[in-house]
Design a protein around this ligand. Structure first.
Ligand code: AHR
Length: 538
């Protein structure tokens, strides 16, 4: 890129801050991008593209579980379209049953004949007057496992630490994993329809234990964690996920990480395993006027800017973890991430925490995935909060009405990164200054990541600008030659564009021209767009 063009980009961004006038497209900027597939780095865990579903509002009931008698097409009570779409994106895992619900959930309520006991749901306090969040327990561990099998997803079960006991947790592990005919709990599982064990490997030891999961300090939780895992039955090698920090706190909640790992030091005995450490990061606008559907230029950039901050949060906690665990045996599990607006765009009064998902959320997800990919060495898993009828959802469903949101398509476009090996990308574009809700901030003019698998390179790029497209020339380093390039783009002329029940295909990916000449492919990335391109090496 020429110095003149760089100056132009900076000036354009600065003008945007000053005037905030219309969203006139500007002439394209240029970017040179170099990808080096000859230096493959860590594998991008497929689990980074994972999911989270909670007994909350319309997530489980109506969203996923419609019941066997429903007129909504279903497979044994589970919404059929949901299963098909989750298969289409290769959903690698499902975290369940919460969230805050998990620390009030007693798994025995959700097994056996129907009707099952009606029990209290943590989210009762958020329900509108006259409506109740009564837990019917129609969807329990057997239904959850059926969903996982239908989708082909790995189960990730969050256990109750806040109001449960180690014994209750251990019994749940035995119920899920004991071989047929061994324990009485295995017989009971068989009597309830599943002779074969569920082989659940991923176990969350509580959720947000600094808040709804017990209001503990990091040190107090370390003591609970030790008690919960020291006698746990081992049938498949478990992967224990400890509660991590509230990463969206003003200080990043570094004290939690120090307190927890500090609390595990100098303990006599066999040593305490922590396989995963659950970092939560919400792009949290609850205390602002920002809503999911109606926003301006400042709101657009503010959400992307705050979302990009997750990279620093990851690095900060990773550095603290390294002080206690220099070999980094414990990986990060970012098991709740997503945008959280102030509310007001719910699908209906009982669909609490649901919100309109627009193109902005699709770009936010893309930038977040690029961060996760770039930190593939640190991250075992990540789970969007939450998959359907909730915060940063891929789907909205009310009765027989259903749509994929723009965020769904980010998952679809990034699918080929799953299990690929990270490769270095150099993007020759400076950061730009963007307007925020208050003041301004810096954002990469183009952000992205790349991975290689077999002879195929995938590169994903996000152009957050509301005004200018970027002409990219993508070159492979080390003399590698390109045989063929394919690209798709997700964008829309309206930054607030969304998919509705009436217009479900308003925001969908389209093919993007990607001509190749020698070792270079040229792609024009429109303003406010995500692009995924794959190159076949000659
Ligand atoms: O995703 C909604 C809620 O956010 C979860 O229940 C909780 O863990 C978090 O605070």
């Amino acid at each position: 890129m020429t110095a003149g063009r760089r100056r132009f980009l900076k000036t354009a961004a600065a003008t945007g801050v000053a005037s905030l006038a219309g969203l006139r497209p500007l002439p394209a900027a240029d970017a040179e991008i170099e990808i080096d597939p000859s230096r493959p780095g860590p594998t991008i865990s497929p689990h980074v593209y994972g999911h989270f579903i909670e007994h909350l509002g319309g997530v489980i009931y109506d969203g996923i579980w419609v019941g066997r008698e429903s007129k909504v097409p279903n497979v044994g009570g589970i919404r059929k379209q949901f299963v098909e779409d989750m298969k289409r994106i290769g959903a690698p895992n499902l975290r369940w049953p919460g969230g805050c619900f998990a620390d009030g959930y007693h798994w025995r309520d959700g097994i056996g004949g129907r009707p099952r006991p009606r029990t209290y749901n943590y989210w009762e306090h958020r329900m509108p007057p006259g409506r109740h969040a009564i837990e019917s327990n129609a969807f329990g561990i057997h239904e959850f496992m059926r969903l996982c099998r239908l989708v082909g997803a790995e189960p990730y079960v969050a256990a109750n630490v806040g109001s449960g006991t180690p014994q209750e947790f251990h019994d749940w592990v035995s119920y899920c994993n004991a071989p047929p005919g061994t324990l009485s709990l295995a017989d009971e599982r068989a009597a309830n329809g599943d002779e074969e064990p569920f082989d659940v490997k991923y176990w969350g030891v509580g959720n947000e234990s600094w808040g709804c999961g017990g209001n503990m300090t990091g040190g107090e939780y370390a003591t609970e964690y030790r008690k919960f895992i020291s006698q746990v039955p081992v049938y498949v090698r478990p992967f224990f996920v400890a509660t991590g920090p509230r990463g969206h706190s003003a200080d990043g909640d570094v004290g939690w990480t120090e307190g927890f790992f500090g609390g595990l030091q100098n303990v006599r005995g066999l040593g305490v395993r922590v396989d995963g450490f659950a970092l939560h990061y919400y792009t949290d606008f609850r205390q602002t006027a920002e809503d999911g559907a109606k926003f301006d230029e400042k709101g657009w950039y503010a959400v992307l800017h705050k979302g990009a901050h997750i990279e620093k949060v990851i690095q900060d906690h990773w550095a603290i973890m390294g002080r206690f665990d220099p070999q980094h045996r414990t990986k990060l599990v970012i098991d709740e991430w997503g945008n959280w607006y102030r509310g007001g765009t719910e699908l209906g009064p009982e669909y609490i925490l649901s919100q309109t998902i627009t193109l902005r959320d699709a770009l936010h997800a893309a930038m977040t995935f690029d961060v996760f990919n770039r930190h593939a060495d640190k991250i075992e898993m990540a789970n969007v909060a939450q998959t359907i009828n909730c915060l940063h959802s891929l789907f909205a469903a009310v009765g027989d009405k259903y749509t994929r949101t723009p965020a769904y398509y980010t998952f679809e476009m990034y699918r080929s990164h799953m299990g690929g090996r990270l490769v270095p990308v150099r993007i020759d574009l400076p950061e730009v200054t963007v307007p925020l809700l208050e003041g301004s901030g810096r954002l990469p003019a183009l952000s992205g990541s790349a991975s290689v698998r077999d002879r195929s390179v995938t590169v994903t790029l996000t152009n957050p600008s509301l005004r200018e497209s970027v002409v990219t020339r993508i070159r492979l380093a080390g003399g590698a030659r390109l045989r063929e390039a394919r690209a798709t783009v997700l964008t829309h002329p309206d930054m607030r564009a969304t998919n509705t029940f009436e217009k479900p295909d308003e925001v969908v990916p389209m093919a993007l021209a990607a001509p190749v000449s020698g070792d270079t492919a040229t792609l024009t990335i429109p303003r406010q767009a995500v692009v995924a391109a794959s190159f076949h090496l000659a």
